[in-house]
Ligand binder design. Structure first.
Ligand SMILES: Cc1ncc(COP(=O)(O)O)c(C=O)c1O
Length: 419
């Protein structure tokens, strides 16, 4: 049998395993094909799971993608964030506060705290990103910097934040964990401000595995560079990656086929909260990341097709369900919809699950003793992530929307007609 035939058969097997069987839909965890599995196999056969040449090749290619910025690959976005913040803290030891969006992945808030700093929540806008005016009002003599994240891949007003932080003489962190390969004003996200971060964890634009499988720090600030290099060089390559790879494939990629088994496996064998160590990226993950970089453009186009299809369908339904970050042709890492007021989100998710549709809710709102964001609170309880795997056709999208409507009607939700 020729090599091309073997590859064809493997591709068929992979797509069969990843096809949503029996109309079971779930949020996208990763879009992998034969190249990713082949890369993992080669890394194992060559005994190059932990260290190897793919790490520096990944840094080189990421730097090229990001217009020549200094890129350091590590094991996660939070490792990159914590190390960058620690270095910032050393440069201005008298400043301890970091302004963060009140609607944000909890890993960001935890990274700020682990760096010995105080996260200060600020208001978000209708696009779920940090609001410029709210951040401006919070800047004081104790402010070290601002973390601006591009939530679910939707670009924040990063150009204006760069002006603001320059004028105020504070640091800017461009958190592009969910927006690898996206632009603002013709410049790649992750390259604004003093340093940026990327993440290659599940459900991101580039996925090498579960959290802890990859990320990167992108440095723009020459003052930070030497200290950063010293700290990053001291990191050991991530351990136990072969096992993590197998668990990821089983738990996430084959979830359509393994849901029950995975459920019991997670309940019995896995700790509910896993600490992620600060480590470098493993060669196995870097090799997979290189494959994901190659297919980034194609996967981006597939996602845009599905988002456009959701937007069209939801608009045609004529009820007040909106996609708060949607714009025609815009990439988003997740298909988030904002449900009508008064919907019981948990019940809605349970009912959808009974109809073979897995969904996810939004992040918890981050607040402190001085500030609770009304805008974040308002949306967080109504945000629902719909399935958007690249294997979904437009008919599948319509089916998911129909089931969502059935559930909302059964939920007695007040479905205000769109004006
Ligand atoms: C905006 C944002 N920043 C940082 C992180 C942390 O990335 P990682 O999971 O790779 O540590 C995440 C993770 O979801 C994120 O969404």
């Amino acid at each position: 049998m020729s090599w091309e035939r073997v590859k064809g058969l493997c591709n068929l097997l992979v797509s069969l395993l990843q096809t949503n069987s029996m109309s079971y839909f779930h949020p996208p965890y990763a879009s992998w094909g034969w190249p990713e599995y082949q890369a993992a196999l080669i890394a194992c056969v060559q005994f190059r799971v932990h260290s190897g040449p793919d790490i520096s090749e990944l840094e080189r290619q990421l730097s090229q993608l990001l217009g020549g910025s200094q890129v350091f690959a590590v094991n996660s976005g939070r490792t990159a964030l914590r190390i960058g913040l620690e270095v910032m803290g050393k440069l201005r030891p008298q400043c301890k506060e970091v302004i963060v969006p009140s609607y944000i992945c909890p890993a960001v808030v935890n990274a700020v705290k682990s760096a010995g700093l105080k996260p200060v929540p600020a208001e978000i806008g209708t696009d779920l990103n940090l609001q410029l005016n709210s951040a401006r009002q919070l800047i004081g003599s104790n402010t070290l910097g601002i973390i601006v994240a591009h939530m679910y891949g939707c670009p924040a007003d990063i150009v204006e934040f760069e002006k603001l932080t320059r004028e105020a003489g504070i640091f800017l962190v461009d958190d592009a964990a969910q927006a690898v390969g996206e632009f603002a004003n013709g410049q790649m996200l992750g390259t604004f401000g003093d340093f940026g971060i990327l993440s290659f964890a599940q459900s991101k634009c580039m996925v090498t595995g579960e959290s802890g499988a990859g990320g990167a720090l992108v440095c723009q600030n020459q003052e930070m560079l030497m200290t950063l290099i010293n700290q990053l060089q001291a990191l050991k390559p991530a351990q136990s990656r072969g096992r993590a790879f197998a668990a990821f494939v089983w738990n996430y990629l084959f979830t359509s086929h393994t849901r029950l088994a995975t459920y019991y496996w997670q309940r019995i064998c896995r700790p509910s909260h896993r600490e992620i160590k600060q480590e470098g990226i493993a060669n196995l993950d870097a090799k997979i990341a290189l494959c994901q970089l190659k297919s980034l453009k194609r996967r981006r186009e597939e996602r845009i097709r599905i988002l456009d299809s959701y937007a069209k369908y939801l608009q045609s339904v004529g009820y007040a369900i909106c996609m708060p970050q949607y714009e025609l042709g815009r990439y988003l890492a997740r298909a988030m919809v904002l449900l009508p007021h008064g919907v019981d989100l948990d019940r809605c998710r349970r009912d959808l699950q009974l109809k073979s549709i897995e969904t996810r809710g939004g992040y918890p709102v981050f607040s402190d003793e001085n500030f609770v964001s009304s805008s974040a609170k308002e949306v967080a309880g109504r945000l629902l992530e719909l399935p958007a795997s690249s294997t979904m056709s437009n008919m599948d999208v319509a089916l998911v929307c129909d089931r969502l409507m059935e559930v909302l009607q059964g939920n007695n939700a007040f479905m205000a007609p769109r004006l």
